[in-house]
Write a protein that binds this ligand. Structure first.
Ligand SMILES: Cc1cc2nc3c(=O)[nH]c(=O)nc-3n(C[C@H](O)[C@H](O)[C@H](O)COP(=O)(O)O)c2cc1C
Length: 337
């Protein structure tokens, strides 16, 4: 019997497949189906900073109207219970998920401004979250802000959250850091227990007919796992933190490669949204078959065995392989001659 168990943010999981933050956790029924399908833990959709600020602004307006005694306008104002929007709904869903699921539930906070909103992590802790993921979805488009300033924003938010909760925290990062291992070390020193690599930025497109920008979400493809494989291979063995891979896992192949590179867990979103919970069961079974064939006894045995530190030729994930790859490329016969 193959031992599929793994460690994730100090939690012992029965296997490394963990549905990523997505709308799949918005329904208890869907979450139960994921658990039945074999999911080892569940990351909830995010609670967004903007939802919390919007609530504050509405509440201020409501209280102002109430104190000024705008009698006839009061009828148009929403009932105070309507202000219990994002946060209350999120806490209620977290309560439900904790009550109905046996697997660990990770709550997710998503925002960018260091304005104290992360202290709400305390409420998620009290509501029973087993860990927190902090997604600082920040497009670094300010020419005045250096790379260090961008990093500082993450560290500041993490430090605030660390002060508010005692739960393990995973930082969900974008791939756009100039020295990722150094930054990951900073996050570890600031109290993170894990990193989730990488956040997928949705990319705006241009509508050539209407000549306007389009914001639409494209689901991932398996190709995107390659970026994660490289960076996880580089980071494995260089940090004590959990390495969670998110992005591009559509079959057992990507999942196994990420684990071989050194991931502790593999997150799934697009493939589950597209193919349903049965896909998770199928990936898990196919992983087991492959491990049996290759005579692996446990995830622990294969984890990181192809990381940069364990490769006979570590240059394969760095510049030397770049030169080899460029040199070895030749166009399809007949295209140019
Ligand atoms: C429809 C949808 C909703 C998502 N919502 C969130 C979210 O609320 N918070 C978050 O951190 N990531 C969110 N993500 C990102 C996923 O958690 C995941 O990191 C990303 O999609 C890459 O994984 P994949 O290739 O398996 O889709 C969302 C992704 C999709 C497709």
């Amino acid at each position: 019997m193959i031992d599929l168990s793994t460690d994730y943010l100090g939690l012992r999981l029965k296997n490394p497949l963990v549905p990523s933050a997505s709308p799949l956790s918005k329904s208890i029924d869907t979450a139960l189906r994921l658990e039945d399908a074999g999911a080892a833990a569940l990351v909830m959709y995010s609670l967004f900073e903007e939802e919390l600020h919007a609530e504050d602004a509405m509440l201020d307006r409501f209280l102002l109207h109430a104190s000024l005694g705008h009698g006839e306008a009061d009828g148009f104002l929403p009932d105070q219970s309507e202000f219990q929007g994002g946060l209350e709904r999120y806490l209620a869903q977290l309560h439900q998920l904790k009550r109905r699921l046996e697997i660990p539930v990770v709550a997710s906070l998503n925002g960018v401004s260091p304005s104290g909103w992360v202290a709400l992590g305390r409420e998620l802790e009290q509501a029973g979250a087993d860990a927190l993921e902090l997604n600082v979805y920040h497009v670094a488009a300010d020419a005045q802000a250096s790379g260090r300033v961008v990093e500082d924003r993450y560290v500041e938010l993490l430090t605030d959250l660390r002060a508010a909760v005692s739960l393990p925290i995973a930082m969900k990062l974008s791939p756009f850091f100039s020295s990722l291992p150094h930054f990951v070390r900073r996050l570890e020193q600031a109290g993170a227990q894990g990193v989730a690599l990488f956040n997928r930025f949705y990319q705006p497109d241009i509508d050539l007919e209407e000549l306007r920008m389009l914001d639409q979400l494209h689901l991932s493809s398996a190709e995107e796992a390659l970026l994660r494989i490289r960076w996880i291979a580089i980071l494995h063995g260089r940090t004590q933190m959990t390495l969670a891979a998110t992005g591009g896992v559509h079959s057992e192949s990507e999942a196994l490669k990420l684990l071989l590179a050194g991931a502790d867990v593999v997150h799934l979103a697009s493939c589950l949204l597209q193919q349903g919970p049965e896909k998770l069961t199928a990936i898990l079974a196919a992983m087991q078959n492959w491990m049996e064939e290759k005579e692996y006894e446990s995830i622990a045995q294969l984890k990181g065995s192809m990381s940069q530190k364990n490769l006979p030729d570590p240059s394969i994930v760095a510049r030397a392989s770049y030169l080899r790859v460029l040199d070895s490329f030749s166009p399809r016969p007949g295209v140019w001659s």
